[in-house]
Design a protein. Structure first.
Lengths: 173, 173
């Protein structure tokens, strides 16, 4: 029986969110798996693997009081998931430039076409209100080799976006 | 010859500081053969330290000559009682460890090192290493001091503009 759930929580950021949520889950007998938690635009966002010997509805009942008290929206999905199945990234790509609509679509489209499997993507808007800059950092697996990605990016880079690509060599020792 | 069983973290013995080798004899040479075989048996392993197989002596082997992407190297390095003489530069790279399955992370290491170590006859030799090989050597010497790459992890976030020529006192933005 697979008892993993993906718990999503979003709400205005304030101190104590992680502590309160994780305490409620612990008290209900949950185990936590892989997670991504971060502040995005003044919100705090959580995507968290939770192992729970019950139904999604019951897990929702565990979360609801604490989510309400912290002003968070939550969502629970029963998922097919396993731990210990990390894929090793072999390439890192960074993209930055003046913020323009369509950067992500253009870059990720070109990379997907050239065989990139994105494993991790972080992006940010920095700079100032009137002159925002966009910064994106991708790690992934180049299924058709790194040269294919390089060629794909050359085309994107001619459009005023700075792009760099470097192989990730994992030293195993 | 034999492939030796690896200690796997959270085995506390991996945190033990290894003692210097004083006896350069047949027992040592036989152990080195086994250690090397154990390294080769691990997928993609380019280095191994004696504490990883429960032998708490200052012995490590590094061989990056067969790395997936060719890198400058000294061939097979047998490092007994190694001592770092000089370190230069800083570079971030991805590491994994045969004693820490299913996890890789970024670690900052010196870009170039000079070291001395004894060979299996007790002769002191001096080596210069750079890049990937320097990383492997430093990772293995850490094992001799009871340190894992987990002790040196740096965040994957917010490091876009961090470059190897930055001073170590610089904080990521
Ligand atoms: Zn290791």
């Amino acid at each position: 029986m697979n008892n993993w759930f993906m718990l999503t929580l979003v709400g205005n950021d304030r101190p104590g969110i992680v502590a309160h949520i994780s305490a409620a889950l612990y008290d209900a007998g949950c185990n936590l798996g892989e997670a991504s938690m971060m502040r995005l635009g003044g919100n705090f966002t959580i995507m968290l693997m939770v192992k729970y010997e019950g139904k999604a509805k019951a897990l929702g009942d565990v979360i609801e009081p604490v989510a309400d008290s912290m002003g968070l929206h939550y969502h629970v999905d029963h998922i097919k998931a396993h731990l210990h199945q990390h894929l090793l990234p072999d390439v890192r790509i960074t993209v930055y430039g003046a913020d323009r609509s369509g950067i992500v679509a253009k870059v990720s489209g070109a990379l997907t076409e050239a065989g990139l499997h994105i494993l991790d993507l972080e992006s940010d808007v920095a700079g100032s209100e009137d002159k925002p800059i966009y910064i994106m950092h991708i790690e992934g697996h180049a299924s058709e080799g790194i040269e294919a990605l390089r060629s794909a990016l050359e085309i994107v880079a001619t459009e005023g976006v700075e792009v760099s690509l470097s192989p990730i060599e994992t030293m195993m020792g | 010859m034999a492939v030796l069983p690896l200690l796997i973290y959270p085995d506390e013995r991996l945190k033990q500081v290894a003692i210097p080798v004083v006896q350069f004899d047949g027992t040592l040479q036989a152990f080195i053969k086994d250690l090397e075989e154990t390294m080769s048996a691990g997928p993609g392993g380019v280095g191994i330290a004696a504490p990883q197989v429960g032998q708490f002596q200052r012995i490590a082997i590094v061989d990056v000559s067969g790395a997936r992407r060719p890198v400058p190297n000294n061939g097979r390095l047998l490092l007994i009682n190694p001592k770092i003489l000089a370190e230069e530069g800083e570079v971030k790279g991805r590491e994994g460890c045969m004693s820490v399955p299913d996890y890789t992370g970024n670690v900052i290491r010196a870009e170039r090192i000079r070291l001395k170590a004894q060979d299996d006859q007790g002769q002191w030799r001096e080596y210069q290493c750079e890049g990937f090989e320097a990383r492997a050597v430093l990772h293995e010497i850490d094992h001799l001091d009871g340190l894992l790459f987990l002790d040196r992890l740096v965040s994957r976030r917010n490091d876009l503009f961090r470059r190897k020529n930055y001073q170590s006192t610089d904080k990521p933005a």
